[in-house]
Ligand binder design. Structure first.
Ligand code: CA
Length: 443
């Protein structure tokens, strides 16, 4: 099945000049969706599509009558205050809308005059979480992360025997997922000091990042109806950057036997723009478990997954401390990795999640888990980068970090590039740590 089409043509140019030239995350080949309104306004939230430095206001564009035919229903769905309806329509509808958007935004399009009035500068916009996220599931798909973490929690058996057979995950918390720009208070929780007789309730002292991707589900499956590997990719709407903030000291005490709880449920941050599964088509790449590892069971195996199940997405996490911000120092890189290193693909997450009959719904979010790569500088959490707090990260201006401090801002970036395709990006996922609320307020 051909996975690219005229919308991916690297030669396409837009009449929106800022979309051209190769340096923007949002050329005409990307066309990601967000929910936005004008900054500081009381306007209704509605869907938008990124083009260069601008947003196509979908409510205005539909009102201007630029969509027709198969694109009309998904275009209407994209005017709503969440994208769940658009997601639920499935990939054929999204594809029809993408094709229409590509054509009306191209240089020479007859709709330029009508659409020009529907553009909002991204610099003048604010964003909302783009979907009602009914359920959030966090996977653990980097074997490098699982091994690095396992070494610290269980030095004798870092990688548990199920890892190479089961896409490990747990059901997380969706209510505390926020959009880029989120600021959250350092959480309190139970912490058990190594030599203490009893745990204490205290602010987290080992606050960490997790650089992940979030996979938004599009077309749902019915309860009791598993999604096989053939159909699994058709249920994916698109991907965002995802920072799954983690409280390591709380995690270390609470995680057995049922897994993380308060250490993960206080905040998670996503980037506003959902890059569609279709936009990522040129960057799909071969997937395999290393020779000698167990091969996926048949329900997790498919020739298409082997040929193009992985995604070549370059990912970065950066930090800006309050001192750096005051000195005007740009965020400094903590790590760089690539999604293609994951041990389980997005399609395998969908197939495994549903094999017992669980129904995924439009707008559900699947976290990939921390996407650490094979080298130390591609480890994507401070617990790995600092070897459990033993080796601080050096920052510009002579500062160090073992764990996040109050006022620290973490920025995630992601992009795809390869010869013969237009470079596309995910924008940014930004979050800031606020001081813990006073414990005196907890009765
Ligand atoms: Ca996580």
């Amino acid at each position: 099945m051909p996975i690219t089409n005229e919308t991916h043509d690297p030669k396409l140019r837009s009449w929106v000049e800022s979309a051209n030239g190769g340096s923007t995350d949002f050329p005409i080949q990307n066309l990601p969706f967000a929910v936005f309104r004008r900054q500081g306004s009381n306007q209704a939230w509605r869907g938008g599509v990124a083009i260069g430095a601008h947003i196509v206001d979908m409510a205005a564009a539909v009102a201007a009558g630029v969509f027709e035919g198969a694109a009309l229903a998904p275009a209407h769905a994209a005017t709503e205050s969440t994208l769940n309806h658009l997601m639920r329509l499935g990939q054929p509808a999204s594809a029809a809308l993408r094709l229409a958007l590509s054509r009306v935004l191209r240089t020479g399009a007859a709709q330029q005059a009508a659409l020009q009035a529907c553009l909002v500068p991204q610099a003048e916009a604010e964003y909302a979480v783009p979907a009602h996220i009914g359920d959030y599931t966090d996977f653990y798909t980097s074997i490098h992360h699982a091994t690095n973490i396992g070494k610290q929690f269980r030095p004798d058996s870092p990688l548990l025997p199920n890892y190479q057979w089961v896409p490990i995950g747990y059901h997380g918390r969706s209510s505390s997922i926020g959009v880029s720009g989120q600021a959250f208070h350092r959480p309190h929780g139970q912490v058990m000091a190594p030599s203490a007789a009893a745990p204490t309730l205290q602010p987290c002292a080992r606050l960490d990042i997790e650089l992940e991707m979030g996979v938004f589900i599009g077309a749902p499956n019915a309860l009791g109806e598993p999604v096989g590997m053939t159909q699994a990719p058709d249920h994916i709407f698109g991907l965002v950057l995802f920072n799954d903030w983690s409280a390591r000291d709380i995690q270390g005490w609470e995680y057995q036997p049922l897994g993380p709880f308060l250490s993960k449920n206080f905040a998670s941050t996503i980037s506003p723009w959902i890059v569609t599964w279709e936009a990522l088509a040129p960057f799909r790449t071969a997937f395999a478990h290393p020779a000698g590892d167990p091969q996926p069971l048949p329900y997790l195996n498919h020739p298409d997954n082997a040929a193009e199940g992985a995604l070549n997405i370059e990912l970065q996490a950066l930090i800006q401390t309050p001192a750096m911000r005051q000195a005007g120092t740009a965020p400094a890189r903590l790590c760089q990795t690539n999604y293609r290193h994951a041990y389980w693909t997005a399609a395998q997450m969908v197939a495994h999640h549903t094999v017992g009959g669980c129904n995924l719904q439009a707008g559900d979010l699947l976290g990939t888990g921390t996407l650490s790569g094979p080298t130390l500088d591609s480890a994507c959490a401070l617990i790995e980068l600092t070897e459990g707090g033993k080796r601080p990260v050096q920052l510009p201006g002579g500062e160090q970090r073992t764990w996040l401090q109050d006022g620290d801002t973490v920025v995630l970036r992601g992009w795809c590039e390869k010869a013969g395709a237009a470079r596309i990006g995910f924008g940014e996922c930004v979050g800031t740590v606020l001081p813990a609320k006073s414990a005196l307020h907890i009765d």
